[in-house]
Design a protein around this ligand. Structure first.
Ligand SMILES: C[S@@+](CC[C@H](N)C(=O)[O-])C[C@H]1O[C@@H](n2cnc3c(N)ncnc32)[C@H](O)[C@@H]1O
Length: 236
């Protein structure tokens, strides 16, 4: 087995381990605490516990004042709600799973921002109207690459795995078409994923990644560095 295949297998195994450690066992709706607030959680939705990237990214994002903010893959909706509570006039929060859409809707209501947070189901940008544009687009993406033939059997797996990094590739290639003039495109990644591959995908999309900030944490006993990038078009 070559070193590349070995590294892929090792990351994939860690992804599976995190699904087991962090995923729910199909339980009842519950609540969790993060960033000094209480949040709803429907079973199957990724719970952004202490030490997950969500906690750090949510405070590190330079939200556009009075702007339009789009979060892809909103999960429980913590970042989307935070954006609405911290100056954004309009927030669209999307996720590919119905459980995340349900959870984010509950959290927009719980925190009294349902008038400016719209939650909808979407596979990356596919569920948005063709002409929708934003001042900032953000995705805390799923960093573990799954084999292309991988079958998702639990909603929670979508928060960990991306088949062949196809969703991330689409995000990098299409995000600039979703920006208003002067708008900014952000994406997260971390050292548990394949950092060479995200650089390669960015180059294939004629974009470059500029690091806005990073933070070292431990997640489920594993050292991890979270990174927040701005995606810039190479022709700019
Ligand atoms: C790492 S989790 C982040 C969740 C949440 N934003 C947070 O920070 O806690 C990635 C999220 O992206 C969603 N996701 C995965 N693939 C997606 C796709 N193709 N389109 C939209 N959302 C997707 C997952 O369901 C999951 O909620």
């Amino acid at each position: 087995m070559d070193r590349k295949t070995e590294a892929f297998d090792e990351r994939y195994r860690l992804g599976r381990q995190l699904v087991d450690q962090l995923g729910d066992a199909g339980g009842e709706p519950s609540t969790f605490e993060l960033l000094g607030k209480e949040w709803d959680l429907l079973a199957g939705t990724y719970e952004p516990r202490q030490g997950t990237g969500t906690e750090w990214y949510t405070g590190a994002i330079p939200y556009p004042p009075a702007g339009r903010f789009l979060e892809i893959g909103c999960g429980a909706g913590v970042t989307a709600v935070w954006a609405a509570l911290h100056g954004c006039d309009h927030v669209t929060a999307t996720d590919i799973t119905d459980t995340a859409v349900g959870t984010a809707t509950l959290n927009a209501e719980r925190h009294g921002v349902e008038d400016r947070v719209r939650v909808l189901r979407s596979d990356v940008f596919d569920g948005l109207d063709a002409d929708e544009r934003f001042d900032m687009v953000f995705w805390n993406c799923s960093v573990f690459e799954a084999p292309r033939e991988f079958e998702f059997t639990r909603d929670f797996e979508w928060a960990i795995f991306d088949r062949g990094y196809q969703a991330l590739g689409r995000y990098l290639a299409q995000v600039h078409d979703r920006l208003l003039p002067g708008g900014r495109a952000l994406v997260t990644f971390n050292t548990l994923g394949d950092t060479d591959r995200i650089a390669q995908l960015a180059a294939e999309a004629d974009t470059s990644l500029t690091l806005l900030g990073s933070a070292d944490r431990r997640l489920a006993g594993v050292e991890v560095t979270y990174k927040l990038f701005e995606i810039l078009r190479d022709d700019r």
